[in-house]
Design a protein around this ligand. Sequence first.
Ligand SMILES: [Zn+2]
Length: 458
Amino acid sequence: MRVLVLDNQKQPLMPCRQARARQLLRDGKAAVFRRYPFTIILKERQGGDTQAVSLNVDPGSKTTGIALVALLQRGHVAIYGQHIVHRGQQVRDALESRRALRRSRRQRKTRYRKPRFLNRTRTAGWLPPSLMSRAHNVETWAKRLNRFAPVTSANVETVRFDTQLLENPDIAGRAYQQGSLFGWELREYLLYRHQHTCAYCHGLTKDAVLEKEHIMPKALGGSNRLANHVISCRNCNEDKGSLHPNVWMALCKQRGDKLNLTRANNMQRIMDGYRPSMKDAASVNATRYAVGNRIKSIIPNTQFLSGGLTKKNRSVQRYPKDHWIDAACVGPNGSAVSLECNHILIASAKGHGSRQMCLADKYGFPRTSAKASSVVHGFRTGDLVVANVPFGKKQGLHVGRVAVRKSGYFNIQTESGAVQGVSHKHCRITQRSDGYNFNYGAAIPPGTKVPGLLAVAR
Ligand SMILES: [Zn+2]
């Protein structure tokens, strides 16, 4: 992964290789500006040439992938990869527990308190707080990377499948030279519509391989359009082969076992025109659009793209599935991207503490004393520190995220585990808390075979 570089006016320059950054730091021509993402600031240089860099985002519910893709002389290269780990579930849980506490408070025999509910205005674009936290996380990082790298455009995957393309497949040939994109969009759409289960056996064969299936086989004149497709496991697909649906149905009935009767039954329903409902397809994409619009407000040159295209781009290059690799493959240039990262940054959202003044017991009564000041000897929970303990049981160098205690003896969460009771006197802040915890992860999941195109050298 490359190192982000600023000039002496804090304007972003082209990210450089790690070896180069090391040399600059050693020669005293640069200083560390920020630990995460690792950014250096040049002491003398002002301005410089930059190439086009696009910020690519693949929003996910648990993890969002981000990649910086630069257009270098040798083509499109992913020079920076990152995962954002969201805390949607924690936000949800916190609101649930608050709701329970308030409810129990209202049930008590105390003074009458007028009920207040449904009294909040929800402006356009309102999202549930758990989803909003995801949108905010992505916005934060788009802003940061835009400040530390010379970002010229952004590509955001906003939809899983392009419904316009599905309804009107003929535009595929004109819009995309390869023309086969329709198939990928269709597959994504069908997988979603059938909730990743076989439409014939409903998963009875336990075959994990799912394929798109022509109800009326192509050999018998079946069309390539949406209406003639379902998702089927390979087992059912091969069993049906190029038989006419009615013939296969009769054959299945004849066999008479549970699996085949299910198949016949479902085939009948499909022939009668049954398709699973797609009611919530819009809400699935609501968060992604919120993310997309936020990025667009930061980087005006932002394109919204579909998941079918991403998957196609990744598959033709035979890259393994990972969030940041998906991000690198988002967009029209994603079909020829070399990945130049040997590790990626993993930023896990940790929030900014709680506004709750004290913890409650299961009856909703205060369990602890009111909370102390969040700043202790200048440290705040979440700050990244280096603790150099010269003597005693905790002797050694500890680097990590600090949890402050009023006593002045802090806990430090290091990569190898928690170290407790380290005096504030030995601690030094390397980066103030910004609501995230940082790790580095393998860029390619260990044990994955990767084709030659991938340059994992540096
Ligand atoms: Zn099946």
